[in-house]
Design a protein around this ligand. Structure first.
Ligand code: AMO
Length: 469
């Protein structure tokens, strides 16, 4: 439940339920009006107990036919669960429960003795997804009815945590001098390779949905904004059907001038450290709600262990040796796949960077240094990944800032520099060395919340089979 201590009254309520629950003593005998969802309604003749829930708490509203308009009483008493109801009445302290001698009394609880009320909207029955009933429901049905699924306390807690993670990430980057930017989502050329683009018509011109803010965050830095970040949607027409891929995802990107790959790895690990520390300091109530649900389902609970800095750096070449030694069947120049990651994670549990990938495996915008070669003579890049367990969280690297090398990289990757003129022109008038990264927000949240599927931490996911709700 959210902390609403600072919330102002609105036209529909003088107080949030959370304000009454946490500050009831000062409100006893005051008239309040509250609004919420009817969680349970238990009636006995001329009295009725209505459990109301808003986003900030639960409270019992006590209705007595003699104390209010009898027709309104009848309407509320026969309301369906999850209907929205507005009531007015006086706050009272509930009679404390009987406790054995010597036992401490539980903290006082409050209720509202209703004198008037109205049903704001009636809920259909039956509910396609139970809100307080402990019934197992498949992910697809939950996603079809996300509006109801979200009313379940652990799902609600998950999205509150998501908001906090973004808040702490922003907060940290702003502290390190990064400013927030927004790049266009309708673009003319691919930033991350041409195979996974969603094509569209932009009036009479063919265009695409943006795969990442890559080229634009670089242009912003070249233009002198120096340190930028963006939290925005990225679209990939990948035909994946996995627990970690979506066709639309939120990418958390940074780009910084006068920085190399090591510098931006530092920014990333400090940001993740700040997120984990802040959650552990401020949001364990949300983790507890998620854990209560996990325990009730017999699932492993989560603990927020603040990662130690610095995160290990395991170069691509070292990673290949670890996988080879573990019998993972891999050669220099191969991609490191999930089953390979398991072998690396066995040695390096927790977050770890994989820097210095082969140039041929990284995009054209990654810095190309002819002197950087592996022991087998392969050309290395300044590109890195951040992994946790078997999942990649982030890709990043130092960028190519020399326009002739950049155009050569494009040609080497069978791309036509003319298609990227709007971007390469940005490098023609003096370009600072720069670096950055893109972090998959949902993947980071999977680590924090122990969710087994990115769809658990994305409000309205888009995958190959889902474009609604
Ligand atoms: P990359 O393509 O590796 O790099 O994407 C960066 C991060 O975004 C997340 N991600 C995804 N999450 C869910 N579903 C997907 N289909 C998906 N694809 C990617 C991953 C990944 O690590 N421009 C570079 C970043 C940079 O160099 O700054 C880029 O987009 O967590």
């Amino acid at each position: 439940m959210r902390d609403s201590s600072e919330w102002e009254p609105t036209s529909y309520r003088t107080h949030t339920i959370g304000q009454i629950v946490s500050n009831g003593l000062t409100l006893v005998d005051s008239e309040v009006s509250i609004a919420g969802y009817a969680e349970t309604i238990r009636g006995r003749g001329a009295i009725c107990f209505l459990m109301l829930r808003d986003g900030t708490g639960h409270i019992q509203a006590f209705l007595k036919k003699d104390n209010m308009d009898p027709d309104t009483f009848d309407l509320i008493q026969s309301a369906t669960r999850e209907s929205t109801i507005h009531v007015t009445g006086k706050v009272a302290q509930k009679r404390p429960p009987k406790v054995a001698e010597g036992e401490p009394l539980p903290p006082p609880e409050y209720e509202v003795n209703v004198t008037s009320g109205e049903i704001l909207a009636t809920a259909d029955t039956p509910l396609p997804v139970g809100v307080i009933d402990d019934v197992k429901i498949g992910l697809d049905i939950r996603l079809d009815n996300r509006h109801l699924d979200l009313r379940r306390s652990h799902v609600n807690a998950m999205f509150q945590l998501r908001s906090k993670v973004l808040q702490y990430g922003r907060e940290h980057l702003i502290k390190e001098g990064f400013m927030e930017m927004n790049s266009p989502k309708i673009i003319a050329s691919a930033s991350e390779g041409g195979t996974n683009l969603f094509p569209m018509m932009y009036f009479d011109t063919p265009a695409f949905l943006s795969q990442s803010p890559q080229l634009y965050k670089q242009l912003a830095v070249l233009g002198g904004l120096e340190r930028v970040f963006e939290i925005g949607p990225a679209f990939r027409a990948e035909k994946h059907d996995t627990y970690r891929h979506l066709n639309e995802f939120i990418s958390f990107d940074i780009e910084g001038a006068w920085m190399n790959d090591e510098d931006v790895m530092g920014v990333q690990e400090r940001m993740i450290h700040h997120i984990w520390s802040s959650v552990s300091e401020n949001d364990m109530n949300l983790i507890d709600v998620i854990n209560q649900y996990k325990s009730s389902q017999g699932e492993d609970t989560i603990s927020v262990e603040i990662p130690q800095l610095p995160f290990p750096r395991i170069s691509y070449c070292e990673a290949i040796e670890i996988v080879k030694a573990g019998g993972g069947g891999i050669e220099w120049g191969d991609d490191i796949e999930s089953h390979h990651c398991d072998l690396i994670a066995a040695k390096y549990p927790g977050f770890h960077f994989l820097p210095r990938w082969p140039m041929a495996m990284k995009p054209f915008y990654i810095y190309h240094n002819k002197e950087e070669k592996s022991s087998t003579g392969g050309q290395l890049s300044r590109g890195f990944d951040l992994n946790y367990g078997r999942d990649e969280m982030t890709s990043g690297g130092q960028r190519e800032h020399r326009v002739d090398m950049l155009e050569q990289n494009l040609r080497d990757m069978d791309l036509n520099p003319d298609d990227f003129k709007f971007y390469t022109d940005g490098f023609r008038y003096g370009a600072p060395p720069h670096a950055g990264w893109g972090l998959g927000v949902a993947r980071l949240l999977m680590v924090l919340t122990g969710a087994g599927n990115v769809r658990e931490v994305v409000l309205f996911p888009r995958d190959r089979t889902r474009v609604t709700p």
